[in-house]
Design a protein. Structure first.
Length: 260
């Protein structure tokens, strides 16, 4: 009887990580350039537009916490392209592992690869902001779980999107209908508390956006609890999204691949 977490599961994960290792520093350089531009502009150049020094660390944590979200479209494009083309994933489905295991393996690899890149952004952030950002003030007991959870969510979200969008030609729709709205209203540039203070109805509506919990949870761990959603609420909410996205994503992908 096939199961999910067989030796095949870990062998496939090891294979993908070895391949990922070959391009690690190239990917990290690309990410670091985007990250540095983002942090420098909002921390220094935008100070002339009225932003305070505290906004630098505020945005820095958002940039690190949401890195996996930037990669979602690329992951979706890769999987959907395979589904429409060579269907290499179909070859994996005949191996001694349940179909669910193949899809969960993808989520695990996507999450691990994002984490291996994003954690190194903290020392870079320190170099960019220097005295404005205190690494010693971070609660690593909270930071590590929320970073792991956030990246698992990004992986499960990519899996769900891969099952939802009709085909590779719909990537533009993916940007406009999912990525941009979630990003702009995901507490990346503002805190949930400020949105709620602006309008309680808007603040309450934003709670359906999973990115809000990523941003608020990461900032709570790095900057302190005051002014943000409770840490445990963020963690629990994200796991709810993880299970929902993974379950529905697997269902849609099984249908696309005619899995028995």
């Amino acid at each position: 009887m096939k199961t999910i977490f067989t030796p095949v599961f870990f062998q496939l994960l090891k294979r993908d990580l070895i391949i990922f290792k070959r391009n690690y520093w190239s990917k990290f350089l690309d990410m670091a350039i985007i990250f540095a531009n983002n942090v420098l502009i909002f921390s220094y150049f935008m100070s002339g537009e009225g932003l305070t020094e505290s906004y630098g660390p505020f945005l820095l944590i958002a940039a690190i916490g949401s890195f996996g979200f930037i990669e979602v479209v690329g992951k979706v494009a890769q999987l959907v392209s395979d589904l429409e083309g060579e269907k290499a994933i179909s070859q994996l489905l005949i191996m001694p592992i349940r179909a669910e295991g193949i899809f969960i393996n993808l989520v695990a690899f996507w999450a691990i690869s994002s984490m291996l890149l994003s954690f190194l952004l903290f020392p870079i952030g320190k170099l960019l902001l220097w005295t404005r950002f205190d690494l010693a003030a971070i609660s690593y007991v909270k930071l590590i779980p929320i970073m792991i959870t956030s990246n698992i969510f990004f992986g499960s979200f990519a899996l769900w999107l891969s099952g939802v969008i009709p085909g590779i030609s719909n990537l533009n729709t993916l940007w406009m209908r999912y990525i941009v709205p979630l990003w702009m209203f995901g507490a990346y540039f503002f805190s949930w508390k400020s949105a709620y203070a602006l309008n309680p109805i808007i603040g309450t509506a934003l709670l359906i956006n999973p990115l809000v919990y990523v941003m608020e949870g990461a900032r709570t761990a790095a900057l302190g609890q005051e002014g943000f959603l409770p840490y445990w609420v963020c963690l629990i909410a994200l796991w709810g999204f993880i299970f929902a996205c993974t379950a529905h994503g697997i269902k849609r992908l099984r249908k696309k691949l005619d899995c028995v």
